[in-house]
Design a protein around this ligand. Structure first.
Ligand code: PLP
Length: 367
């Protein structure tokens, strides 16, 4: 018998990403018709109508390769963010940029430093490159930057700060971040993942782009069109850093990594500031409603700066998850983050929030 093809040892330890359950799957498997998804932090208002119009128009051109350089999107971003186009890389979602970062900076046996719990894609990207994630427990659900700085080794290449943090919704403030950056060796690249930046209301949230404008050489800021811009299905994210970092990422980038429809929609979405403002308002309103309801139900939650809430439902979250599914509500269980009695729920429209609370009351026996 011939031996089977051998894959790389390093990838055997990788556990495939567990995505939020798709609406169609719940409809198919449980026969529930009216399903709402509060599991992946998508914008419940959907995309800007301008983005949809741009998509329609761009659809005529899909026989052409997209612009591999994302010229117009980069220009629109550069203007909005007051940086140069040389400071920007665009990815097929921020996820792709995370992978590019690992490909460009992590050698086999190198370390990355991450918080625990946090977004799982950082560790994934490092593992693909045979790197190792050093996980630093959060304190009161917040990044412990002192401990993270102390965990940096000579083999550390990347430190990830998820700000606001997924799944806890907490932020790292300007002062704390400033002193952290003073401690980090210049050889270590600090990745500030700001996927939820547009939802933040706290005044001490860092002005991270100022680091880049001042030429700080070991910081990259990541943002996405998947969350407040409502374009998760198109896959567009971007990174902002000094040109040298951008050049290194471009070395490992696929030539046509951002598709033509995604580029067109992202440009239009960026211009529609009214849609972003509305989305933010709906989120703030929904947050207040859910806080009140959780308090009424006697449930502890982590105050959030994002569009999701990490809430302790005081019993096995997988059971509650299944019961909510039967009632057509998809959320995220905390067990994947190491919190068996927590749920992470996306803040939806007022109607969706009410449906979630109604279903939760039933499941908890408080209907
Ligand atoms: C959703 C999310 C992203 C964005 O991923 P995309 O690939 O751009 O859809 C990045 N980081 C965190 C923490 C997220 O929750």
């Amino acid at each position: 018998m011939a031996t089977a093809p051998q894959c790389r040892e390093a990838i055997l330890a990788i556990k495939p990403y567990v995505p939020g359950k798709p609406i169609e799957e719940v409809q198919r498997e449980l026969g529930v018709k009216d399903v709402i998804k509060l599991a992946s932090n998508e914008n419940p208002l959907g995309p800007s109508p301008d983005a949809v119009q741009a998509l329609r128009e761009a659809s005529e051109r899909v026989y052409l390769y997209p612009d591999g350089n994302c010229y117009y999107l980069k220009n629109a971003l550069a203007e909005k963010l007051s940086v140069s186009t040389e400071n920007i890389i665009v990815g097929n979602g921020t996820d792709e940029i995370l992978k590019m970062l690992a490909e460009a900076y992590v050698n086999p046996g190198d370390d990355i430093v991450v918080a625990e719990p946090t977004f799982s894609e950082y560790e994934f990207a490092a593992q693909v490159m045979a790197g190792r994630a050093i996980k630093v427990p959060c304190r009161s659900f917040r990044h412990d930057l002192k401990a993270m700085a102390a965990s940096i080794t000579p083999r550390t290449r990347l430190v990830f700060i998820c700000n606001p943090n997924n799944p806890t919704g907490t932020i790292v403030g300007q002062v704390v971040l400033d002193s952290f950056l003073k401690e980090v060796p210049p050889s270590v690249l600090v990745v500030l993942d700001e996927a939820y930046a547009d939802y933040v209301t706290a005044e001490h949230y860092p002005d991270s782009l100022a680091y880049i404008r001042h030429g700080r050489a070991n910081v990259i800021v990541l943002r996405t069109f998947s969350k407040i811009y409502g374009l998760a299905g198109l896959r567009v994210g971007y990174g902002v850093a000094v040109p040298e970092i951008i050049r290194n990422l471009n070395r490992v980038r696929e030539p046509f990594n951002v598709n033509l429809l995604a580029q067109a929609a992202a440009i239009a979405a960026l211009k529609d500031e009214a849609h972003v403002k509305k989305s933010r308002e709906v989120n703030i309103e929904g947050k207040q409603y859910l806080y009140e309801q959780f308090t009424t139900l006697g449930l502890q939650y982590v105050p959030t700066e994002a569009n999701f809430i990490f809430v302790d439902i005081q019993r096995d979250s997988r059971t509650v998850f299944q019961e909510l599914l039967k009632r057509g509500v998809i959320v995220r269980t905390g067990d994947i983050f190491g919190y068996d009695t927590y749920l992470r729920v996306t803040i939806g429209t007022p109607r969706q929030n009410e449906r979630f609370i109604q279903a939760l009351r039933e499941v908890l026996g408080r209907a």
